[in-house]
Design a protein around this ligand. Structure first.
Ligand code: UDP
Length: 375
């Protein structure tokens, strides 16, 4: 059983589902919690993936404990019904942690895709750092995207034999998207009109949605974007996350600006086309930190810590936090200093080679069926 509930998980798991099916050795069931609804559905449509079971758990204004408990009981019931031999979870969401716990309570083995990311701070990213640590305790197969992630698991005394460095499936998904877009550019209908509207300007792609930036952080980001957009040579394309803590600040602050296009969340192919079209990326997202280096786009990360140090070490990503002065200084440096820009705009793939999913599928198939099951 492969389970996930959010947009980034779906993007990173659809290649795994396809690769598992390709092995011909595994009967795959996809169960989605839909802890996000529309954002998840948009990826399922692009990937052509139809879940075998959709728990449809999202509620308006859902609290962390309410959602966590719904996932635990409803996903647990799905396990009792479908009785999988193994479950694969991804990353660090509440779905990841609660599905892992439900498996643990039934002694069903868990494989963790994108294992070993650590910031070292349980409140940043929050609650993801604890979600992934708990899952790391339960899992018996850890698919680490990078050597750094594998090292973090070893430091937590995870059994060496259970750690496999596979690359991150985000690159598999990105290559799929780029191929589709190259074959059929009309698959990204939102981006061509924006390219035309902003022709001749430097395009900055923006996303922001992290819980720890809600409130003061979001207001500070909005302020920095307002100042940036006052430059004649700049345009900002910003798909606004629907969470009211984000949209409620960004839409009133930035909605009327001639140099800013606020859009609804973009379908994945549109989003990849936007990243290809932009000059640089400002984001607090995890996945986008992984995608941008592959596309040769400098990323300024609006967070104080990152569990993805590889992009920073390679020089394509830089932490700028949410202080408007720092965001403006670093963005202006990239816009005005050609050498600084070129130094960061190198295409490379510290996060994977596009073959992570097939490695994971081979390891899962080789692991076979567990002998012991809960009574
Ligand atoms: N993404 C998308 N449309 C958008 C914004 C992001 O398809 O409007 C994709 C993006 O390509 C990346 C993923 O969503 O693969 C990142 O998701 P998000 O930033 O929500 O979560 P995080 O990666 O921080 O967990």
């Amino acid at each position: 059983m492969v389970t996930f509930g959010t947009r980034p998980e779906a993007i990173k798991m659809f290649p795994v589902v396809a690769a598992l099916r390709e092995t011909g050795q595994v009967d795959v069931k996809v169960v989605v919690t839909a802890q996000h609804r529309e954002l998840l559905d948009s990826v399922l449509a692009v990937a052509g993936l139809r879940p075998d079971l959709d728990l449809d758990l999202m509620l308006p204004d859902q609290s962390l404990d309410g959602l966590a408990s719904r996932i635990l009981t409803r996903f647990g019931a799905a396990l009792d019904d479908l009785r999988p031999d193994r479950v694969l979870v991804h990353g660090d969401t509440l779905t990841t942690m609660m599905a892992s716990l439900a498996c643990y309570f039934r002694r069903i083995p868990v494989g963790h895709v994108e294992a070993g990311l650590r910031s070292g701070d349980i409140y940043s990213p929050w609650p993801e750092e604890v979600n992934r640590r708990v899952t790391g305790v339960v899992a018996d197969l850890h698919f680490a995207p990078t050597d750094t992630a594998a090292k973090a698991l070893r430091l937590e005394n995870v059994d060496e034999k259970s750690i496999h460095v596979t690359g991150n499936t985000v690159i598999d998904a990105l290559l799929f998207a780029r191929t589709r877009l190259a074959e059929q550019p009309s698959l990204a209908p939102s981006i061509a009109p924006l390219r035309e509207r902003f022709a001749g300007r430097r395009i900055i792609a923006v996303t922001a949605h992290r819980r720890e930036n809600f409130g003061a952080g979001m207001a500070a980001i909005a302020q920095a974007l307002q100042t940036l957009a006052s430059r004649e040579d700049v345009a900002i394309i910003y798909p606004v996350h629907p969470n009211p803590n984000v949209a409620g600040i960004m839409r009133p602050a930035l909605g009327d600006h001639a140099n800013i296009a606020l859009t609804d969340p973009l379908d994945y192919l549109d989003f990849v086309a936007m990243m290809e079209a932009c000059d640089l990326v400002l984001t607090d997202s995890g996945g986008i930190q992984e995608e941008a280096p592959s596309l040769g786009k400098p990323v300024l990360v609006m967070r104080d810590t990152t569990e993805r140090p590889e992009g920073i070490a390679a020089g394509t990503a830089r932490l700028v936090g949410t202080d408007p002065t720092e965001i403006l200084r670093e963005t202006s440096r990239l816009l005005d200093d050609r050498a600084a820009y070129l130094a960061m705009a190198r295409a490379h793939n510290p996060y994977g080679d596009g073959k992570a999913a097939s490695r994971i599928a081979a390891l899962v198939a080789a692991a076979g069926r567990p002998e012991a099951r809960a009574g």
